[in-house]
Design a protein around this ligand. Structure first.
Ligand SMILES: [Zn+2]
Length: 470
């Protein structure tokens, strides 16, 4: 086969055209015309939904949802990987050290107050940040918070337009029924533009059975998936499906614990030496007297527990810069449980560990007019969700730790460079070009009778034979 020069040039143009057209497709289109009002946004959290549950259990309703939208397989959450810190990070875009909800159990040395998950509505705990359901009010939007941690708290003198405090007896159907009413305005008033909704499973069962109990967890995850089916059908019934953006995500994952992996503090330190603010798997201690002496007793206490003085907590955890972080922090390795004394395992499954551990990560799925169909991302961070939501709602984000660029490829109509795809295409096209060039030269060489004169002519003037030298 011989490629003539015009055919070769045409091939070259086609390949280069392909190379430059594909990024244009990947960047999407921007209309630049008048902006229609943004669609409403519903954020739903299923507490303790580990990313790997998606691979281990069928979840047909959830899979159907993200097949029409976006799936982020892993989300790196904030340390500590607990419910309250991560739910506040989702709606503020801040690390725990910046929003102040640093744990599920806290002590504030300035106010001398204690925070527990059952006693958490004092505004002073929450006012270091502002959740999206408050910020969105400034844009003239109505908002809603259904049992999301902090829902009923008066933050910066305001609450969401609609909210309900946590009530474990209210079913999922009742919760989503209320939320759809708030979002439609029930036909009487303007609907909520942003709603956040909380559901306590599969966290509750993950603690109770342990995530490795596949028999029980498959039942639990089936119920969770049935609830996602219910969510879709309720949104369809309210004629919101396809009109609103929906994000389904979680605060953290879950890992298996064991009676064989207990760390008893009493073996290292008499309890009279400290006050315990939080225990497992991250313990927060206030030494009663000599901090260094207490720390020295704890630092070699157990090979599966790391002790930190507050000032030495690793920067990557974004945790030490808050006055509610206590002088000593103890961090158990994955699957290990810190107890004060004895050998009783409090929970078969737990979370709270280092946020670099994959089992602590949740996932994120999204669907709606603001999202690309069929987009897949391997990971983003929990703090990235807030700037994404502000963008979807056309709201100016408060200062935050998230990065909008991390989520651009999820959104319809946003410029997006799929870097691996583009690199792959460039390498692929270069390989094809090189192969064609070699073939072309080889065939050209074979056509020509060998003679000293031909080589002399090629050496003197070969510009017509090699278009790459033009
Ligand atoms: Zn939990």
């Amino acid at each position: 086969m011989f490629l003539s020069v015009p055919v070769y040039r045409m091939l070259l143009r086609t390949l280069l055209g392909f190379l430059f057209v594909v990024p244009a497709v990947a960047t999407g289109s921007e209309t630049g015309q008048t902006d229609p009002p943004p669609p409403p946004l519903l954020l739903v959290s299923f507490d303790g939904f580990a990313a790997d549950y998606l691979k281990r259990f069928p979840m047909p309703n959830l899979k159907s949802l993200y097949s029409q939208g976006v799936l982020v397989e892993h989300m790196t959450n904030v340390f500590v990987t607990k419910t309250f810190p991560n739910h506040y990070s989702l709606v503020t875009g801040l690390y725990a050290e910046s929003h102040g909800i640093i744990a599920s159990n806290m002590y504030d040395p300035d106010t001398k107050k204690h925070f527990h998950i059952s006693n958490n509505t004092d505004p002073s705990w929450w006012s270091e940040a502002e959740p999206l359901w408050i910020t969105a009010l400034d844009s003239g939007y109505k908002t809603a918070a259904m049992m999301w941690p902090g829902s009923e708290v008066v933050i910066h003198n305001r609450t969401a337009t609609h909210f309900l405090p946590y009530n474990p007896h209210m079913t999922f159907k009742e919760r989503i029924g209320n939320v759809t009413q708030w979002m439609t305005g029930d036909g009487k008033e303007e609907g909520a533009k942003f709603a956040a909704m909380y559901w306590e499973e599969p966290d509750k069962s993950g603690h109770y059975y342990g995530p490795e109990n596949t028999t029980m967890m498959s039942q639990v995850l089936k119920e969770v998936d049935d609830n996602i089916g219910l969510l879709i059908s309720e949104l369809k019934r309210a004629r919101l499906w396809g009109q609103v953006n929906v994000i389904i995500t979680s605060d953290h994952g879950m890992t298996q614990c064991s009676r064989d992996r207990l760390i008893a503090l009493d073996k290292c330190l008499h309890p009279d030496n400290y006050t315990l603010v939080d225990l497992a798997p991250v313990a927060a201690l206030i030494p009663k007297q000599d901090t260094t002496a207490v720390f020295n007793l704890l630092k070699n206490c157990h090979p599966h527990m790391t002790a930190y003085l507050k000032e030495n907590i690793p920067e990557r955890l974004h945790y030490r810069n808050n006055h509610r972080v206590q002088p000593i922090l103890l961090l158990a390795d994955e699957g290990w449980t810190i107890v004060k004394t004895g050998n009783v395992l409090p929970r078969l499954g737990d979370h709270g560990y280092d946020n670099s551990i994959p089992s602590m990560h949740p996932f994120l799925a999204a669907v709606g007019p603001g999202f690309r169909q069929g987009a897949r991302l391997s990971s983003i961070q929990t703090v990235d969700v807030y700037p994404l939501m502000c963008r979807l709602l056309s709201i100016s984000a408060r200062p935050n730790n998230g990065t909008l660029a991390h989520t651009r490829c999820m959104m319809a109509g946003e410029r997006c460079w799929d870097v691996p795809l583009v690199i792959g295409l460039v390498v692929g096209v270069l390989l094809v070009l090189s192969t064609v060039t070699v073939l072309f030269r080889y065939v050209g060489w074979r056509r020509r009778p060998l003679s000293v004169r031909d080589f002399q002519r090629l050496n003197a003037d070969d510009s017509d034979d090699d278009p790459l030298l033009e």
